[in-house]
Design a protein around this ligand. Sequence first.
Ligand code: ADP
Ligand code: MG
Length: 525
Amino acid sequence: MSEAPILKDTTRSSGREALQKNIQAAMALAEAIRSTLGPKGLDKLLIDDEGRTLVTNDGVTVLETAKVEHPVAKMMISASSTQDRVAKDGTTTTVILAGEMLQNAWQLILQGIHPSTIARGYRKSEQFILESLSEIVFDADDDIKHSVVNTTLAGKGHSSMQEIIAKLSLEAVKIVAESNAAVDISKIKLISQTGGKVEDSRVFRGLMLPKKRISSDMAKEVYEGKIALVDGGLEKSTVSTDLKLNVTTVGVLESFRQEERKMLKQMVDRLVEKNISVLACRESIDDDIKNYLTEQGIQAFRRVSRNDLNMLAKTCNAGLVNSIMGLSANNIGEFISSKNITIDGKNFWIVEGDGNAATIVAKASTADVVGEVERCFDDSLGVSVQLIEDGKVVCGGGAVYVALAKRLRRFAETIPGREQLAIEAYADAIEVIVRVLAENAGIDPISALIDVVAEQTNTNSDNIGINLLNGRPGDMIELGILEPQGIIKQAIIGATEVAISILRIDDVLWAKQEMEMPELPDEDV
Ligand code: ADP
Ligand code: MG
C-alpha cells in the first residue's frame, strides 16, 4: 500500500528525536521566563505587532503575548493559563517546574530509562506530594492572610501600594463571604479612578454604580424594599414597535401619543401593584413618565449596563426581565438599602442586598498606575478568595518545595526498580524554585539550595526558605513570605500534567515544513 495521503508534505520525526526536540522546546520556553520569577525577578518589555509596549514581570502575560508557534511550547503556555485561571498566581512557577521535570527526564532517557517508566514515576510523585501537602500546610489568621496577599503582590508596584491593595482585597472578599462560604468573585466591583492617591482607595459594602436616579425629586434613600431589573426600557418606542399607524389628521397623532403615555402609565401601575420601589432599566426611561414614577414613590435608574444589571441581580437575588409585564415573584429582588451618594463630587448609587456584594473604589495618580493597580487587584482578589474559602497556607521562598522534596526522597526508597530514579528526578526538579529565586537575586543558586536544605534538616523545620534580602536561609513565617496551598497544588498538578503529556509523545507529524525551534541557551539536552 502506498503512503497515506495525510503524510504527504509532512515532516516526520519520531522516537527519541521527536522527544528530544519537544523537550528542547519546552525548556527553551521555561528559560525565557526564568528571569522573571520572584520579587527580584526582572521585567520584560513586550512589544506587539502594532508597536504597543507593555512592561511586566508576570509570567502568564509574557507567555500569552509572545508569538509562540511550537506546539509543545503552546502546551506549556496553556498550563500557565490554567494556573492563572485556577489559582490566580504561580504562573511562572508552573512553567519552570515543568521545564525542570523534562530536563531531568531527559537525563534519565539518556541512561536508557523508558519515557513511560518516567511518566509513571512522575505520576506517583505527584500523588504523593498532594497527599503530603496536608502535613505541611497550616491555618492562616488575619495577619498571615495579609502577608499571603502581600507575597502575591511582591515585585508588583511599590510596597505601600501592596499593603493597601492586600487590605482592601481581603476586606471585600470577607463581605462577599458573609452570604455564602463559596465566594463568587463576580460580586466584587472594582471602580478605578485617576486623580488621587492609592491610599485614598476604599471598600464599600454593597454594589456601587456611577449612576444617579433619573429625577432628584425621587427619594434619595430607600430601605427594605423590592427591586425590578429590566433588560430593556420604559419608553414610547418600545411600546409602539408592534403598531402600524396611518396618520390622516393632526388629531390622530396626538391621540396616539396619549395612548402611548397611557400604556407607559400602566407599566408603572404594574410596578406599584408588585410593590416595586426601585427600578433599573438597561435602556432609557421616558422623560414623560418621570413624574408619574416619582408620584408613585419609585426610585428609578436608566441606562444601567447589562453587566451591572447582572451584578444587581446577584446582590438582590433577582432576575432580569425583558419587560415590566414579565415581572413575577421569581425575578423580583429585595434590597436592604438603595442610596444615592456623592464622593468627591461624583454621583454614585449604592445598593445593599442579602447576596452580599462589595465595591472597591481604587484611586491612582495616572492612567498607567490605574492599569497597574487593576492588575494587582486581579491577582490579590483571586488569592484572597482562596484564603477566605480555604485558609490553608504554606511557606514561600521555595521552602515548601524543599520540604516536599525531602519527603519525596524518603518515599522513593520504598519504590523498587527504575521508577525510583524517576521519583528522585522529580524531587530534584521541584527544588528548582529555590535555585531560580536565588539566581534572580544575584545569589549563588547551588549554595542557596544546599543551605536551605541543610537548615531545614538542622532545625527540623519545613518553614525555611531563601531570604532574598540577605541571601541566607530564613524562617518564612517570621518573614511573612507565605502562599495559599492552592497555588502550590495547582502548580504541581499543572506542571506534572504537561511534563507527562510531552514525555508520551513519540511521533511528531508536521505538515509542510518544520516549525522554527526556539533558541536554547544551554547545551544540556
Ligand atoms: P509566579 O508567576 O510563579 O507567581 P512570581 O514572580 O510571582 O512568580 O514569584 C513567586 C515566587 O516568589 C514564590 O515562590 C514566592 O514564594 C517567592 N517570593 C515572593 N516574595 C519573596 C521574598 N520576599 N523572598 C523570597 N521569596 C519570595
Ligand atoms: Mg506571583
